[in-house]
Design a protein around this ligand. Sequence first.
Ligand code: SIN
Length: 304
Amino acid sequence: MLDMTVKLAGVALKDPVVVASGTFGFGREYSQFYDLGELGGICAKGLTLHPRNGNPAPRIAETPMGILNSVGLENPGVDAFIAEELPFLRQFDTKVIANISGNTPEEYGIMCEKLSAAGVDMIEVNISCPNVKAGGMAYGTRPDLAAEVTETAKKNAGNVPVMVKLSPNVTDITEIAKAAEGAGADALSLINTIRGMRIDVDTRRPVLKMNTGGLSGPAVLPVAVRMVWEVSQAVSLPILGMGGVAKGEDAAQLMLAGATAVAVGTAMFADPYAPLKVRDGLADIAERQGLSAVSELTGGAKPW
Ligand code: SIN
């Protein structure tokens, strides 16, 4: 019998497949398709201290093998999440990971305090949103700022593990990973979206109202595998790997590169059942390879 459980920063997941923040809302729509307790974990839509309407439309566009988004962190705010969405998510036998973005390190601290008191299982600190002017990716592209946000989050998160979400839009992602590790992060998640752009050749206007957006989907998988590989060599923190996962083989690649668990995101827009299919595909690969635990895949790549 294959053991599908993994531990991510001390949090026991029934299997290594979680859903990625920003692609699952707060789970209400997907709960019409299946019991959310089938998921290893749920990373909820990114929260800010105050509610946000997000960016003007159009803010989603298809691309070859992916999508561009410039949603701009539309969300009801951390207090509404705690009052209305967390009780809903708590009905299901799965781990709840809150994702937060702030304009200042202090805002991250206040949100961590509130979410820790509310009893989420983990906090994902987003320092990598490419679609907002203040905060967001600005913190994820400078090691000193990444460290400051991580330290503030850790000071205010109590016993709740802090996972820092890294941006691929940097020259050397390992520098940011090391800064987060040095500041006390319990885990890292990567990659967030890659900045991109599409232009309508007839109107000569960018397709997105904000001109640029973040690219996700199968097109980014090889970048994610490479970056998980690099980060896993540079730090000793557990990694939640993501970026273009659509099937078991994609998840297995990220785990072999060094991820402890994986997140499925964009694939769910085409198939709500994608995370369950990824989980089953991962189990098939582990069984085919005669493993007794899926966790044996982690870090198992054999470089030439
Ligand atoms: C968004 O809401 O703009 C996406 C969030 C992110 O990419 O971190």
